[in-house]
Design a binder for this molecule. Structure first.
Ligand SMILES: [Zn+2]
Length: 170
């Protein structure tokens, strides 16, 4: 997987976090994007590894929240440090004696090296948070468009209309 695609997939996972009145959108295996699941060697959830321990969504949520700390840290030093720590708690050697290994650990092992490459390539400066307070979607500004602020034209239009209304009433 391309490091930028991995970063984008990680941001999509981060967007499942609860926000304000919005509940946690990560509840089941199917809430994890197919691109991310493809990174997990044993994602072919056969009945053998289709166990609560393997699928522990709570652990994936924990991974997600730590990834958010790393990728939204604002500095690449902080990002690298947090990713290193995540790698330390999910060592590749563990897979030898843990069968089936929890989904979160396999996901971390596959994803983190890609995110480290993305960070090294300077991609984190293009990670933006939509300024719309009701949205706050995190996204990757892949076109490196310095004027782009909102996650979608919809949020941009909503903000423009709000400013317009404010001017008219002001
Ligand atoms: Zn938005």
């Amino acid at each position: 997987m391309d490091p930028l695609d991995a970063l984008e997939a990680a941001l999509e996972l981060i967007n499942s976090r609860p926000l304000g009145r919005r509940p946690d959108a990560l509840e089941h295996l199917r809430d994890i994007s197919p691109q991310l699941l493809e990174l997990v060697p044993r994602q072919k959830a056969t009945s053998a590894n289709d166990t609560p321990a393997w699928r522990s969504i709570a652990e994936v949520r924990q991974l997600r929240d730590t990834l958010a700390l790393a990728l939204l840290a604002g500095t690449s030093t902080q990002a690298h440090q947090t990713l290193e720590e995540l790698m330390d708690i999910n060592p590749p050697e563990a897979s030898l004696d843990r069968t089936p290994e929890p989904l979160a650990a396999e996901l971390a092992q596959a994803l983190i090296p890609l995110l480290q490459r993305a960070a090294t390539e300077g991609a984190l400066q293009w990670v933006l948070v939509c300024p719309d307070p009701a949205c706050r979607t995190v996204f990757l500004n892949r076109a490196h468009n310095r004027r782009r602020r909102y996650c979608s034209p919809r949020c941009g239009t909503r903000a423009r209309m709000a400013r317009h209304r404010q001017r008219q009433s002001g």
